[in-house]
Write a protein that binds this ligand. Structure first.
Ligand code: NAG
Ligand code: NAG
Ligand code: NAG
Length: 401
């Protein structure tokens, strides 16, 4: 029954309501060359957030012009630019953690959808601003728990985190530098803290969103994956000793790999803690806490980000996960449920690990009420307009009886 109702909505989109061409089919945003660049002029000064969704400005544009692609191409360059610059992700997130078949849970995570309201009295952040982290522990839960507990101190308070409302190149470089410092600081803190066993360690993956800037920093084998129009884009590299670039680095630093394990004991090649393998401080160990970075300027094509610990990626490709979460969003639009669905699917595929997932969605719920996503969903369904019309009248007939 639900299915049929949805079809009717499509019928209305296609046949009746010509005003609402889906954003994905408007060649409008592809035109500007600035989408991928950090534009100097981009500054998120006023809280445009939550008001300007691209689909809205779209339909305003469309209703005042004729409904063909040609007229869209004639929209003055300035309007196109401003529509791109106005795009501001609307952030919602959910998470789910499962202990898996093992006995202790060693994963920890952190999820802050609005950094300004969290730390706002001290810091000035662009809007929106969000922070996420997944810390996957090994050799006991202490290291991961310790990093989680002190994350805000390491990532914002004890370093000179850039304080500004403008998102530009200088800012993104500043964020990268301070993230690097945070990882190293947190690593050293684990060495000094006597409550953390020196054989305990943790991987760390953090994602920051400032305005349209997404910055991922990773040390270890958690993974962040972006969904862009349904396609999976990896936002991190798994740091496994067996991966060629990591293997080279490890061997240059005098480490060895046995059976895929670093120095025969560890399945990751980067981690915080594990001071058993790093002592003395300052010596060059093949196991490092130095993160790798990836950044992206988000556009309206970017739907959500998944962050998962390795237990997920052991049994699923990035694209598997993106497709599953995307179906979930179309069905229930609940990031928490999407995270749970993903963990359940990994369990069903016999993942042998503890499992943690965060799903961060970049569009507000009311976007969903608009026809565009619905139409995208049924793109593959090829009922003719005639068939849809007769289906509609059939249903109307039923409803009136
Ligand atoms: C985040 O919190 C700040 C301060 O409380 C508020 O001004 C801002 O509108 C919030 N942003 C979002 C996206 O809700
Ligand atoms: C640290 O962990 C190792 C291995 O798990 C254990 O043998 C040792 O007793 C622990 N040390 C402390 C101080 O808890
Ligand atoms: C108790 C447990 O299963 N811990 C595991 C959680 O995941 C990490 C990363 O794969 C493992 O190293 C832990 O042993």
């Amino acid at each position: 029954m639900l299915f049929i109702l949805c079809l009717v909505m499509v019928a209305e989109t296609n046949v009746v309501d010509h005003q609402s061409l889906p954003a994905s089919e408007v060649p409008f945003f592809v035109k500007g060359s600035k989408i991928e660049d950090m534009d100097e002029t981009l500054s998120i000064k006023s809280p445009v957030f939550g008001q300007v969704h691209v689909t809205e400005s779209d339909s305003a544009e469309l209703s005042s012009s004729q409904m063909d692609v040609k007229s869209l191409e004639e929209v003055p360059e300035q309007c196109i630019e401003s529509a791109i610059l106005q795009f501001s992700p609307s952030i919602r997130s959910g998470s789910f953690a499962d202990i898996g078949p093992r006995r202790n849970m060693e994963d920890e995570h952190i999820r802050i959808d609005n950094l300004s309201s969290h730390l706002g009295s001290v810091f000035k952040f662009p809007n929106p601003s969000a922070f996420y982290g997944v810390f996957d522990g090994h050799g006991g839960p202490e290291a991961a728990a310790y990093i989680r507990k002190h994350a805000l101190r390491f990532f914002f308070e004890e370093i000179n985190f850039p304080r500004t409302c403008e998102v530009d190149d200088v800012f993104s470089e500043g964020v990268e530098n301070s993230l690097r410092k945070s990882f190293l600081l947190a690593d050293l803190a684990l060495a000094d803290d006597c409550t953390v066993n020196s054989s305990s360690g943790t991987t760390a993956l953090t994602a920051l969103i400032f305005g349209r800037l997404l910055m991922v920093a990773n040390a270890g084998d958690c993974r962040a994956v972006l969904c862009r129009k349904g396609e999976a884009i990896d936002m991190s590299e798994d740091h496994r000793p067996t991966y060629p670039s990591e293997q080279r680095r490890v061997e240059e630093l005098g480490g060895f790999i046995a059976d895929g394990y670093l120095n025969g004991v560890l399945s990751v090649s980067r981690a915080l803690g594990d001071w058993d393998m790093k002592f003395p401080k300052g010596s060059s160990s093949p196991l490092i806490a130095e993160p790798e970075f990836r950044q992206m300027v988000l556009t309206e094509d970017d739907e959500f980000l998944i962050i998962g610990c390795d237990g997920i990626w052991d049994v699923m490709t990035s694209q598997n996960a993106v497709s599953l979460v995307r179906r979930g969003f179309q069905w229930h639009d609940d990031p928490e449920q999407c995270a749970k669905d993903l963990v359940m699917e990994a369990l069903r595929r016999n993942s042998f690990d503890n499992l943690t997932v965060i799903v961060i969605c970049f569009s507000s719920p009311e976007n969903r009420e608009q026809p565009a996503p619905q139409q995208r969903r049924f793109k593959g369904c090829s009922l003719s307009p005639e068939a849809l019309c007769s289906l509609r009248s059939l249903l109307e007939l039923n409803a009136n009886q």
